[in-house]
Design a protein around this ligand. Structure first.
Ligand code: CTP
Ligand code: ZN
Length: 160
């Protein structure tokens, strides 16, 4: 890590650093984390940072907060190479390389309007993750596929 980068985004005392985010996906990660700009805690966002492992990467540092399992699941779907670092007293106390969940429950909608998960409020939309790169999920009720662009569309609310 060079000196320039250190100056660009300071180390944090307590919170979570999401590193190695696929370049350009930081805004989608902010949506997943429900960060709107109204929060009181400090959030640093770096888009298209230089990376040794990747050509470019995004980084988000969220102070005074840890991520929920659902948030981590969604981030893994759109940025499998990301790393979640938990920082306490300036030290990284836990580093997690993301892995894809086998099932995603209650976080995404099925694209088929006739699917029972869109009709019956008791039926929680559930998908099996069947391929990782490129991402492909299958609805457990109607087998409709969801692809990475569908997931991004559901998170960002706009076509990619
Ligand atoms: N970081 C931070 N505040 C700290 C400690 C670390 O913001 N108190 C950030 C670093 O700037 C870096 C990320 O957390 O973006 C991971 O830090 P570290 O594990 O030290 O870096 P690397 O060894 O490069 O990580 P990796 O092996 O995951 O690439
Ligand atoms: Zn379905």
């Amino acid at each position: 890590m060079n000196e320039k980068k250190e100056i660009l985004v300071a180390k944090i005392e307590n919170g979570t650093v999401i590193d190695h985010i696929t370049a350009g996906r930081a805004l989608a990660v902010l949506k997943i984390l429900n960060i709107t700009g109204k929060e009181k805690n400090r959030v640093s966002i770096l888009i298209n940072a230089d990376s040794k492992k990747m050509i470019k990467k995004d980084i988000i540092k969220v102070e005074e907060r840890e991520l929920s399992a659902d948030e981590v699941s969604l981030i893994s779907l759109i940025s499998l190479d990301a790393t979640v670092n938990i920082v306490k007293g300036y030290e990284i106390v836990k580093k997690t390389k993301l892995t894809l969940p086998k099932r995603v429950k209650g976080l995404l909608r099925c694209n088929s309007h006739t699917c029972i998960s869109n009709q019956d409020p008791e039926a929680t939309p559930t998908f099996n993750v069947i391929e990782s790169k490129p991402l492909k999920l299958s609805c457990v009720y109607c087998r409709t596929y969801l692809y990475e662009e569908d997931v991004l569309y559901q998170i960002l609310g706009e076509k990619q």
